[in-house]
Design a protein around this ligand. Structure first.
Ligand SMILES: Nc1nc2c(ncn2[C@@H]2O[C@H](COP(=O)(O)OP(=O)(O)OP(=O)(O)O)[C@@H](O)[C@H]2O)c(=O)[nH]1
Length: 240
């Protein structure tokens, strides 16, 4: 549904920019339409950006993807992912359609060799831990060294502290997540697949970064996920 709305918006913008066909002189397109047209020219909308969700079993990878894709939370008994699967999702970034192919991996150790094989083609990795599970946080360093071993050097990495809604059970402070991310030079935010906190923002930040890598001119400033996320949080008047 959201995709269809985006397509409609995009095609409306294109129609507005077309010259008149009834003999009248073409009217100049509004400034905003011209800007969107140039974004479309710069960016190839057929590119598929492979984004992989990784982290220990039970941290909420499948739930995060379902919340982003379908806007709902699957409660009930936990059933671990077996193997790997993907969901395609198109997001609108500054008037251009950015295609994300989001791979949900199994966190269990026995599937690790299968998921390693997918790292090499990844453009972005969302690395999750569970704020109520200290082991999942302690394992982040091991996940990062696997990523550095198997993924491409310029892969976009974002650290997500999930289950932020479970305040009473929390054992990992937000500051600890922030520090770890700073130490490794990666972006960070806390999310909740249950309430939807920051779920869209996490994927949008990745999509923006990936798109900017494809369109950035040599002298353009580098897109900073961290600055974008901070700015968006301020705009939302939110603090988490
Ligand atoms: N309260 C709360 N529960 C969550 C959240 N995210 C996931 N859960 C629950 O945590 C359990 C595990 O979630 P999954 O999404 O299956 O975890 P996973 O990382 O995909 O696990 P594997 O497939 O084994 O790798 C489920 O019972 C979810 O309902 C969250 O943000 N808040």
């Amino acid at each position: 549904m959201a995709d269809r709305q985006q397509q409609q918006t995009a095609s409306t913008a294109t129609q507005q920019a077309k010259p008149a066909v009834n003999g009248a002189a073409p009217r100049p397109a509004p400034a905003e339409t011209q800007r969107q047209e140039s974004v479309h020219l710069d960016y190839d909308e057929s590119i598929i950006h492979k984004t992989i969700l990784v982290g220990d079993s039970g941290v909420g990878k499948t739930s995060l993807l379902v919340q982003f894709d379908q806007g709902k939370f699957l409660s009930g008994s936990f059933s671990a992912t077996v193997g790997i699967g993907f969901t395609n999702k198109v997001v609108n970034v500054d008037g251009a359609k950015v295609k994300l192919q989001i791979w949900d991996t199994a966190g269990q150790e026995r599937f690790r060799s299968v998921t390693h094989a997918y790292y090499r083609d990844a453009h972005a990795l969302l690395l999750l831990y569970d704020v109520t599970n200290k082991t999942s946080f302690d394992n982040i360093r091991a996940w990062l060294s696997e990523i550095h071993e198997y993924a491409q050097q310029d892969v976009v990495i974002m650290l997500l502290g999930n289950k932020a809604d479970m305040q009473a059970e929390r054992v990992v402070k937000r500051e600890e997540g922030e520090k770890l991310a700073r130490d490794f030079g990666i972006a960070f935010m806390e999310t909740s697949a249950k309430t939807g906190l920051n779920v869209e923002l996490a994927f949008m930040a990745v999509a923006k970064d990936l798109k900017s890598r494809k369109t950035r001119k040599p002298n353009d400033p580098k897109f900073s996920v961290t600055e974008y996320v901070d700015q968006e949080k301020q705009n939302q008047g939110c603090c988490s």
